[in-house]
Design a protein around this ligand. Structure first.
Ligand SMILES: [Fe+2]
Ligand SMILES: [Fe+2]
Length: 200
């Protein structure tokens, strides 16, 4: 991680990965950083947004944090909880960025991304795209995919098909490069699963 982001990373650490999703913040940040490089987006905006996007979960109750994995949750409740974690996230991210002495003009853009990273319909900038594509790519990564299998209790094939279909859904990914990465990840998940099935 670039030195300029290390202070933010350290300050945010106590609030990370609160949903049985160890590694989420780190993996999302790595994908976002990679997408900035490929797509020439500003990592001074996308990377801090990625680091800080989900810290708001730490302010919600355990029940609120986990009920959204329930396949039968009412859509209004899910939306309410998602909005909540975004609002808490903005509050906390603002404090952290100020403490880190981050430039106010960038802070504004970072907070705008965090404020609707789960609920915005479209993308408003390349940096918004890089951060949110990184968040989605987590679900295709080895750690993220296993976490989803564990938390949703879905069978491998069901989750695999579901994720594969998501790749080409409208407004899911912003960058074509993210779609390519997601397809590669899915190939790897399939290979790992087949190898495991063969061995057991
Ligand atoms: Fe989120
Ligand atoms: Fe996230």
């Amino acid at each position: 991680m670039k030195q300029e982001f290390e202070k933010i990373w350290e300050l945010a650490l106590p609030f990370q990965d609160k949903r049985d999703d160890d590694g989420h913040a780190k993996i999302v940040t790595e994908y976002a950083s990679k997408l900035c490089e490929i797509e020439n987006a500003d990592d001074r905006i996308a990377v801090p947004a990625a680091i800080l996007h989900d810290i708001g979960w730490s302010k919600l109750s355990k029940e609120e944090r986990f009920v959204i994995f329930d396949q039968n949750i009412a859509p209004e409740l899910e939306r309410k909880i998602r909005i909540n974690h975004q609002q808490e996230g903005v509050r906390l991210a603002k404090k952290i960025l100020q403490k880190a002495g981050y430039p106010p003009a960038l802070v504004r853009l970072i907070l705008e991304i965090v404020s609707q990273h789960d609920t915005r319909q479209n993308f408003f900038s390349k940096e918004d795209g890089a951060m949110r594509d990184g968040d989605k790519l987590w679900r295709f990564s080895k750690i993220g995919f296993s976490a989803d299998l564990r938390r949703t209790k879905l069978a491998f094939d069901i989750l695999y098909d579901r994720m594969l279909n998501k790749i080409d859904e409208k407004n899911f990914f912003f960058f074509e490069s993210a779609r390519i990465m997601a397809r590669e990840e899915m190939e790897n998940r399939k290979k790992e699963f087949e190898k495991h099935a063969f061995l057991s």
